[in-house]
Design a protein around this ligand. Structure first.
Ligand code: C5P
Length: 314
């Protein structure tokens, strides 16, 4: 096979409960991932070395050196399979960069699947999932797609049942946010205000003593199962949101604009700065996408639906 094309979705977290900082630098999570129809396509062609190039809207913001997670993924796969093959990877980028939608992790997942196919390795999903988890906490979910509960640092996955499609509008921002900085800000806010209990900066299930007892929200799980966007809108939650708003105060106006326009729910996507708005249906999502610019300091709007499949060979 001389060329393989793979498609990978973005994600939004419909619940992101964050525990205390662990000794390994990560946080325990109760993370309900939802794959949405904003896609990066990765084309892999046989080569002597492993290289990456990027096309599309966000091209100038993606590194093409060894820090690119797709290159790291291809190298990790070659090492695991003990082969010396190369691949030229071209990423056609639509997922916002450093936007809280796991774009880098998505490209890593796509590179794993593309190179597995290109090199004829035939590795099944289990070893790919293990390599994925070493590359980043979100990478296993991008392989899997759908809607899933992620525990541990987000890499231990259980598929969640859903009905029908949920419709979203995403508002991207100029300039990304660094995920480690947002987690660090979350820790800082909690240390500065340890008495806020279950609300605000501390988050449900978090105790400053280091005990993390968060559970997936039963109302959220029921809404997903029933395909009820109104109920899902009421149960969206993200413990990283206060930290993202602290680092990027302008996002508060974006969220407020979406609420005023009738979004069923509004939250920062993951570590931000992309904001996610849940709509009643596709037409409502389109109206939100059209009305948001001008009412808030945003870069662009994107409509999408979820859940979508994970990484797929086209
Ligand atoms: O796993 P990944 O490399 O994508 O994580 C990026 C950063 O996000 C980590 O270095 C860490 O600072 C933060 N993180 C965390 N707890 C998690 C996942 C990520 O603190 N569960």
């Amino acid at each position: 096979m001389s060329s393989v094309t793979v498609r990978v979705p973005a994600k939004v977290n419909v619940q992101l409960s964050v525990g205390p900082l662990r000794e390994d630098g990560y946080h325990d999570l109760v993370n309900v991932f939802h794959a949405v129809s904003i896609f990066d396509d990765v084309v892999a062609r046989k080569s002597d070395s492993i290289t990456v190039a990027v096309t599309g809207e966000w091209t100038d913001q993606v590194p093409v050196d060894d820090t690119n997670l797709a290159i790291q993924a291809a190298r990790a796969l070659a090492k695991h399979a003990d082969v010396g093959y190369g691949a030229d990877l071209v990423i056609h980028k639509s997922i916002p960069v450093a936007g809280g939608m796991a774009g880098g992790s998505a490209d890593a997942a796509a590179a794993l699947v593309a190179c597995n196919e290109l090199w004829g390795l035939g590795l099944p999903i289990d070893p790919l999932m293990r390599i994925a988890a070493d590359l980043g906490s979100d990478v296993p979910f991008l392989l899997m797609g759908g809607t899933a509960l992620g525990t541990g640092r987000g890499e231990l996955l259980t598929e969640l049942p859903t009905t029908g499609a949920f419709h979203w509008t995403f508002a991207t921002a100029d300039g990304g946010l660094s995920t480690p900085s947002v987690y660090a800000e979350c820790d800082r806010l909690r240390a500065a205000a340890p008495s806020t209990g279950g609300a605000g900066t501390s988050g449900a299930g978090f105790s400053v003593g280091g005990f993390f007892s968060a559970e997936p929200d039963p109302g959220l799980l029921a809404a997903l199962r029933a395909g009820d966007p109104h109920a899902l809108g009421r149960h969206l939650s993200n413990d990283l949101q206060p930290a993202a708003l602290s680092l990027r105060p302008g996002l508060a106006a974006t969220l407020e604009a979406g609420r005023r326009l009738g979004a069923l729910g509004a939250l920062v996507s993951g570590s931000g700065p992309t904001c996610a708005f849940l709509a009643e249906d596709a037409a409502h999502a389109a109206r939100l996408a059209q009305a948001l610019p001008g009412r808030a300091p945003i870069r662009s709007t994107i409509t999408a639906h979820g859940p979508t499949p994970g990484t797929t060979v086209l």
